[in-house]
Design a protein around this ligand. Structure first.
Ligand SMILES: [Zn+2]
Length: 452
């Protein structure tokens, strides 16, 4: 497939913007980049895909999300409004994940995957919880990802909040899936942990013993002060040193949020090569504070960008990261556009490559995976390598994504989805939503009743 008549944005270490260039895709890989006439001469038989003057870029990557949260959209939370993050967990997320079964896990994933294709997000790192359907839950999601044609890294959230049997089932699901997914073309597994505050020492030891060697964890870290307070009460240590004792950190582990870590904790994460993900929309919504991302980046830490279950329009998280740190610090120099671009493109891509070893992802270069999007953006001021991040921050809209390609396969062209039937998926989700909401309300009311 020869993509012609586009302006290529390569990303990668040395981002280039190449106007009037063509790109040849063979199978799942970018085979050649060059002038249109030259490539048409070299590949006369190739089917041509006309980009019609749009930007052709690597697909967006989301480093931390939760497909299972899809049914939270528009739900009414029983009782008085949660006043802090621990109450949001107790009143919203934990009663909701207990309401999911096989069918609603599948539809939650599918609605998020439709959203991802439409917003040009081609790889997603998901963190799943469904305490009443654990074994095989990751297969259900993997099947949906497979059908969508997207790329994903999946895990199951191990926690003590639902008792030992479910904790053990969560461990088994991670181990089973990590091994099974190694042979998959576009899906990988990692080992999910909820967060220090719902994991006791016996559980952490069991996880450390069970994880296949060479693999890493995906865990929430110090999203709210409650995680640190709980850790100090349990162990006399803060979260990061506590989990260090169990070998949780390393260059295959993802630490989501890290809003409340101190300098020592930052140093441990840095020394161990742990990946940190930043989710500004979520942090603002939960009113948990703002992670010190500038400081972490200045120390050379690998900070990535996720959406924590918000829409799969990653440019919204670009924009909110850009704004959040300026207002929190009352300093317009914070969260520089170039730093945000580096987190969202270069760092996110390197993280994904840790799971898809041997693949080059997130860059338009010969030999890289053909995960591409077309963006219908026509700037009225000059666009160049130096100011691209600010064009994205101030000019890009999710609706400008017209075409999404993963592994050389077209998933959406001119806003028409090829792999998923959105009308059918939405109809199924709508039919199941009242059942999920009713079960959720029962679970949430039980939590409230137990408190009184
Ligand atoms: Zn999360």
């Amino acid at each position: 497939m020869l993509i012609v008549n586009g302006t290529l944005v390569t990303w990668g270490e040395n981002n280039r913007i190449l106007s009037d260039h063509a790109l040849n895709v063979e199978g799942s890989v970018i085979k050649a980049i060059g002038k249109p006439q030259e490539l048409m001469g070299r590949y006369p038989q190739a089917e041509q895909l006309d980009a019609r003057g749009q930007l052709v870029m690597p697909g967006n990557i989301c480093a931390h999300t939760h497909f299972y949260g899809a049914y939270a959209r528009g739900v009414a939370i029983p009782g008085s409004a949660p006043k802090n993050f621990p109450q949001i967990l107790e009143q919203l997320w934990w009663p909701l994940d207990k309401a999911l079964d096989k069918e609603t896990i599948r539809t939650s994933a599918l609605v998020c995957l439709v959203d991802a294709i439409k917003h040009g997000t081609t790889t997603l790192i998901d963190h799943h919880a469904s305490p009443n359907f654990i074994e095989g839950s990751l297969d259900v999601i993997a099947k949906a990802v497979d059908k969508a044609g997207l790329r994903a890294v999946l895990c199951y959230e191990v926690t003590d909040r639902d008792g030992e049997d479910k904790m053990r089932a969560g461990i088994a699901e991670n181990v089973r899936f990590i091994k099974m997914a190694k042979a998959h073309q576009r899906v990988r597994g990692t080992f999910g942990l909820h967060g220090s505050l719902t994991l006791d020492d016996i559980t952490l030891r069991a996880c450390a013993d069970a994880i296949p060697s060479g693999d890493g964890f995906h865990i929430h870290v110090a999203e709210h002060e409650a995680d640190e307070d709980n850790s100090i009460r349990r162990s006399g240590k803060r979260v990061v040193p506590r989990l260090q004792e169990f070998g949780i950190w390393g260059d295959k582990t993802i630490a989501a949020h890290c809003v409340h870590i101190d300098d020592n904790e930052r140093q441990i994460l840095q020394d161990s090569g742990t990946w940190v993900t930043h989710q500004p929309r979520s942090n603002m919504n939960n009113a948990v504070g703002a992670a010190k991302i500038d400081e972490m980046l200045a120390h050379g830490m690998k900070v990535c960008l996720g959406n924590d279950g918000f829409s799969n329009n990653m440019w919204a998280d670009w924009k909110d990261a850009y704004l959040l740190h300026k207002v929190v610090n009352r300093d317009p120099r914070r969260a520089n556009g170039a730093d945000i671009a580096r987190m969202a493109t270069y760092n996110n891509a390197r993280l994904v490559e840790r799971f898809f070893s041997g693949m080059n992802i997130g860059e338009l270069t010969e030999g890289a995976r053909a995960d591409l999007i077309f963006v219908d953006y026509h700037p009225y001021t000059p666009l160049n390598e130096g100011n691209l991040a600010w064009h994205i921050l101030f000019g890009f809209e999710a609706s400008m994504v017209t075409t999404t390609i993963v592994d050389g396969v077209v998933l959406m062209r001119d806003r028409v989805l090829y792999t998923l039937d959105e009308t059918e998926i939405v109809a199924e989700a709508l039919e199941l939503a009242p059942i999920v909401w009713e079960q959720y309300a029962k679970n949430a009311n039980a939590v409230l009743a137990a408190k009184h």
